[in-house]
Design a protein around this ligand. Structure first.
Ligand code: SF4
Length: 363
């Protein structure tokens, strides 16, 4: 279907909609730590953390992060390893690396002040159109759209848009629509109101229409189609990847860990030795051969400790974890032997944090 913004907004009372949405937001908004003030740095950190992660999970991480790095300069100057550690458990670690690299850019090239111009802010690493719009509107009061899945769900329903929100072209329609209906007096409350409505009232399943402040403007409610909207095509199921992990100890009982490459999935994090399994051969044999090929030493693989799965957006790891021993292996910058009590000092991806827990439990 071809959507025309003028047609969609015909007979839509945007002034009333703004008023109802903003008044509700001001009265009912949840108390959240990033709403304490409008510091663009704090808004930025919160918006990056909230991507793909629930509010309840983010709160303690946010508090800890801004206490550790209260300013642009503090984060710009921090060692990357330490920043990843503070992010440990939130997942999607490229967010933390991009945030720090963008913050350094702001410290060096913008005098430590987050830019308030759409063109400048969009140049920062990891700042996409949604984050740019959120920072500009919330911190600086610039009437820019901030369109994410939540906002598209709410507006699909309110305006009766039957377009697939998984398509990038649909986001453009919503950006255009918001430019028309956003409050220029209070874009911060308008955008946050849409986000808040999506989070607590206009939820994906069973929206609370009877409590909704914009019910009288909502076309889906009038037609009874709120459960059918938004249209969202299904993503492909994640590809299964079998992984064997070896928790190897040296003669002194220290654990072998290594750092992942600086690029790609989970870049720069630490992990136990592991490999993606091929079809042929026992897992234990594949591990032994791998250690010998990779490090030139012989590992002895013993009992299986556990099996579990871990899902990323595009792949699903099926992990089998073994313990074992290895002798005569040298440390390098990216391969270390550490005592059990030292494991906590390293940033591990979530799947390997589980293994750390298993190791500790096994004592
Ligand atoms: Fe969402 Fe229902 Fe409100 Fe419409 S009336 S915006 S469907 S909660």
């Amino acid at each position: 279907m071809n959507y025309n913004v003028t047609d969609i907004l015909q007979s839509f009372e945007e002034d009333e909609f703004q008023k109802d949405l903003i008044n509700w937001f001001k009265d009912e908004q949840r108390i959240l730590p990033w709403r304490e003030n409008k510091d663009p740095y704090r808004v930025w950190v919160s918006e990056i953390m909230l991507q793909q992660t629930r509010v309840d999970t983010v709160i303690p991480y946010f508090n800890n992060f801004v206490e550790k790095y209260p300013t642009i300069d503090a984060l710009a100057d921090a060692p990357q390893e330490e920043v990843l550690k503070a992010w440990e458990g939130l997942g999607y670690y490229s967010r933390a690396r991009n945030l720090q690299s963008a913050v350094k850019d702001v410290a060096e090239n913008y005098g430590g002040v987050v830019p308030d111009q759409p063109r400048e802010i969009a140049k920062l690493k990891g700042v996409g159109p949604y984050t740019a719009g959120a920072i500009l509107s919330i911190a600086y009061g610039v009437p820019e759209p901030a369109v994410d899945g939540n906002v598209m769900r709410v507006l699909s329903r309110v305006l009766g848009i039957w377009e697939d929100i998984a398509k990038p072209s649909t986001r453009k329609i919503f950006e255009e629509l918001i430019r028309e209906i956003i409050s220029t007096n209070d874009p911060s409350s308008f955008n946050q109101g849409l986000m808040e409505l999506g989070a607590i009232i206009c939820t994906p399943k069973s929206p609370s229409c009877l409590l909704c402040p914009v019910q009288s403007h909502c076309r889906a409610f009038q037609e009874g189609s709120q459960e059918e909207l938004p249209i969202k095509s299904k993503k492909k199921a994640p590809r299964p990847v079998p992984i064997a992990v070896a928790v190897l100890q040296d003669e002194q009982g220290r654990y072998l860990i290594r750092k992942r490459p600086e690029e790609g999935l989970l870049a720069g994090l630490w992990e136990f030795v592991n490999l993606e399994l091929t079809d042929g051969g026992l897992k234990e044999h594949q591990l032994t051969e791998y250690v010998s090929r990779e490090y030139g030493v012989k590992a002895s693989i013993k009992d299986e400790i556990s099996t579990f799965t871990h899902v990323f957006s595009h792949i699903k790891w099926y992990l089998t974890v073994y313990k074992g021993t290895v002798d005569g292996m040298k440390e390098t910058e990216t391969v270390r032997f550490v005592k059990e009590s030292e494991l906590e000092q390293f940033a591990f991806p979530v799947a390997h944090q589980k293994i750390v827990k298993e190791v500790k439990k096994g004592d």
